[in-house]
Design a protein around this ligand. Structure first.
Ligand SMILES: CC(C)(COP(=O)(O)OP(=O)(O)OC[C@H]1O[C@@H](n2cnc3c(N)ncnc32)[C@H](O)[C@@H]1OP(=O)(O)O)[C@@H](O)C(=O)NCCC(=O)NCCS
Length: 157
């Protein structure tokens, strides 16, 4: 089940975050997103009380900026990230977003392959975008538009 993240989830979320990233977000970073950032939408993928993955985006008018997604290492390659991404896209479109945007390390083949599968395209290379360890990043983007009758059907740009 995918649902909105709460402060009670943060113990489990932080465990995934810390095994997934070289510069993990802290409790305070997540708390800010949950409690103070009105643009932030944070989700967890939960099964029987266990959080297996989470994702987060900022909705800024027509742009949805996906800024975090991770899955427990032992639960990867089961389609969880795909479901989280599809859920965020649906939610973003409901709120009027027309573009989904994200950055990814050039070496992150798993994530790049996930995003390409979902229809994201490379927008540009950002030299030296990441630190710790230093690395270039790709900007990736996907356009989604509502059709004229606003039936809820979507077309990729
Ligand atoms: C990237 C990540 C979120 C993918 O999560 P996941 O739940 O394993 O992904 P899914 O099972 O939904 O995979 C969907 C598709 O993405 C691609 N993919 C996912 N992991 C992949 C891998 N290790 N190698 C190649 N392709 C991969 C495949 O196309 C896959 O479809 P398939 O399994 O039918 O071939 C996960 O590897 C992770 O948490 N990584 C660490 C955190 C991270 O890098 N986040 C992204 C930051 S930009």
């Amino acid at each position: 089940m995918i649902r909105r993240m709460t402060l009670n989830d943060l113990d489990q979320v932080l465990r995934i975050e810390e095994t997934s990233f070289s510069s993990p977000w802290t409790y305070e970073n997540f708390r800010y997103e949950l409690e103070e950032n009105e643009f932030s939408r944070c989700y967890v993928y939960e099964e029987e009380g266990r959080i297996l993955g989470y994702s987060m985006m900022w909705i800024l008018f027509e742009n949805a900026d996906i800024n975090n997604i991770a899955v427990l290492p032992e639960e990867r390659r089961k389609g969880i990230a795909l479901k989280l991404m599809e859920h965020m896209e649906e939610e973003a479109v409901k709120e009027g977003a027309e573009f989904l945007h994200l950055e990814v390390r050039v070496s992150n083949e798993a994530a790049i392959s996930l995003y390409k599968k979902l229809g994201f395209e490379f927008l540009r290379l950002r030299k030296g975008y990441y630190s710790d360890p230093a690395e270039d990043g790709y900007d990736m983007m996907k356009g989604v538009i509502l059709n004229e009758e606003d039936t809820g059907d979507r077309e990729q740009l």
